[in-house]
Design a protein around this ligand. Sequence first.
Ligand code: SF4
Length: 471
Amino acid sequence: MNLMPASSFSWLSWAGYWLRRNRTVIRNVQLIVLLVYVILILVPVFMPLPDDTSHIWSNFTVFTKFVFWGIWWPFVLLSIVVLGRVWCGVLCPEGTLSEFASQHGLNRSIPRWMRWAGWPFVVFTCTTIYGQMVSVYEYPNAVLLVLGGSTVAAIVIGLLYGRGKRVWCKYLCPVNGVFALLARLSPLYYRVDTKAWIHSYTQSEHSHRVIPVNCAPLLPLRNMKSASACHMCGRCSGHRNAIMLSWRSPAQEVIELGGTAANRWDTVLILYGMLGIAIGAFHWTISPIFVLIKQSLAAWLIDHDIMWPLQTNAPWFIFTHYPDQNDVFSWLDGGLVISYIVTTGLLYGTALLACISIGNLLLGPWNSSRLHHFAQALIPLAGMSVFLGLSSTTVSMLRAEHLPLSWVPDAWFALLALANIVSLYLAVKIIIRYTYRISAAAVRRVGALLCFCVALAVTNSAWWLMFWRWA
Ligand code: SF4
């Protein structure tokens, strides 16, 4: 048995231990979530599409749309910041299925290509863009294709690789990268007491056998310092009397571990993914720039008698195609959606990278680790950006129900301000770490901080456009 001594138990460590002891309860909860998930993505496919008179409370398809995009996704994101990746380890239906499949599959070793560190950015970007191409927020077929396709892929990967592991979640899940970044802000983590771990070796030689832990996301438990990849499943709670669910400062991981743990793909995901591609995906539907470019290009094509880009014969699984709803993308529309999102991603990402890079240079000779560490200070704002973008879907659905939501812009402003303050705090702490021993530190600090403030302003401009200028 691996039990923490009773004296060292707080209610929090008890919660972690409860998770470990009550695997049956957790499995039942996972089954219920899985059942709800299957109903939500499957049933609307067999129902007629809603019309203008349909409401959240009177039409199941509108209801599922609200549950998925209005509640489920924004609050899963929020839960990661508050509780760590409890969603992944305890509730996620894809994780559940992938692990179950892995227990009954071929148990192959994980291939080299899958370990590539760029997957989190690539799969996030591809899923985000494809979701917009097929209007995943609007149509049940698209939801089934995108979410159901991801679930099938999770099962297949589970069947092929690992033995009772979550290989899909660790390497290929489209939101793994985003969750791994947000979990760095979590005030909860599984703390490993190295001394207790070493001590447990001497004890275990003389007394009881240590029961091995199946850490599904394959973490090196003894050296685990980060909450980033931990799924918070609680299975290791109390292991070797050395691992305990604990509190920490939400800033601790970014400030203390960012210098060694952050890498270039984290930076790419923050700057070009969460603060670039995702913003483009939220922007294009209301952007007057998009409309202007589309109209100009369409006119030019007609003038030059090039008609095929204006045809609307793409199938629904390539570009949105619902003639009965008057919602059909031409090849031009679809191509422009992709171009707009990618261009927005490149523009915002590059502007932010320039700010962070100049700030990095001001802190001393070029240092890539410091650059990636500095970029981590933008995680709170990046997470809030994705949350705000998703919440705009929630709000537009509630507005359609004529609910009084005049307070929403103020709430958006407050949330944005909070994220800016937290990011600024992290940036100050990171800058101090790199400048406390160098000459002219004050000048360098102020310069780097100004660069960071410009990066904040660049990001805020995206939300000013979306919520106030174009709204
Ligand atoms: S380290 Fe592994 S076993 Fe422990 S809580 Fe995290 S995911 Fe679960």
